[in-house]
Design a protein around this ligand. Structure first.
Ligand code: GTB
Length: 214
């Protein structure tokens, strides 16, 4: 049976593929797995039936044959474990790809997330601009290190993997911030990910939800 994921009925990103159902959709598309989507309003997210799937009342969730999962990283990992296209067979290469998954979510994303949050919650504070500069400095440090490691390679470690899928998903959250553009290797890396047919199918599917609701 096809898996069912959850997504925003009306995503605040207006269908730009920034909400976290996007990496899950992308992974499913890479794996060639059909899936159904249950769309949720903000109030439904906090209802008891959704909280039974995700205790934090958030999207995305994933249900398949009696298994229910939350956390986009865990869901992508689950899909990747079952489909060779997202994790290499070789044990060492697989371990390195998994390390990149953690690096994306645990090392690169935190300052990016912090900056987005500050842009929403602290916009009116007198110290907002100063704090944004500090956060942007932290992001630049991460981007610089990542760019040095990537060098001229297409992907982070040999072939495309779930590590790249999550890293590119995280870097896409910098769109419009004029930070990624300072690192041409990373801009090209993100563009390479976005050019993958599976990415395009996932992007079009989540954009269609927003378009239909508008
Ligand atoms: N760590 C969890 C995961 O990776 O699955 C985080 C899940 C999460 O943050 N979900 C968000 C959510 O459900 C949606 S994706 N929020 C509702 C709530 O908490 O009440 C985060 C997100 C939202 C909007 C944009 N955007 O507009 O650009 C980008 C990302």
């Amino acid at each position: 049976m096809a898996a069912t994921i959850t997504a925003f009925e009306r995503s605040p990103d207006r269908g730009r593929g920034l909400a976290r159902d996007m990496p899950v959709r992308w992974a499913l598309e890479e794996a060639g797995q059909p899936y159904d989507v249950r769309l949720l309003s903000f109030s439904a997210l906090k209802g008891s039936s959704h909280r039974a799937l995700n205790p934090f009342g958030q999207i995305p969730t994933y249900e398949e044959d009696g298994l229910a999962l939350f956390e986009s990283g865990a869901i992508v990992f689950h899909i990747a474990q079952r489909h060779a296209v997202l994790l290499p067979e070789d044990a060492d290469a697989r371990a390195r790809a998994i390390a990149w998954m953690f690096a994306a979510l645990n090392t690169v994303e935190p300052p990016i997330f912090e900056r987005s949050l500050a842009g929403i919650l602290e916009r009116d504070e007198p110290w907002h601009e100063q704090r944004q500069r500090v956060l942007e400095g932290r992001i630049r440090e991460r981007l610089s290190d990542l760019s040095s490691r990537l060098g001229g390679a297409d992907w982070l470690d040999s072939g495309f993997s779930a590590g790249d899928l999550l890293m590119i998903s995280v870097l896409r959250r910098l769109k419009g911030a004029n930070l990624l553009e300072e690192f041409s290797a990373l801009s090209a890396y993100v563009a390479r990910g976005e050019a993958r047919p599976a990415f395009k199918r996932a992007f079009d599917a989540q954009l269609a939800v927003f378009t239909a609701a508008s």
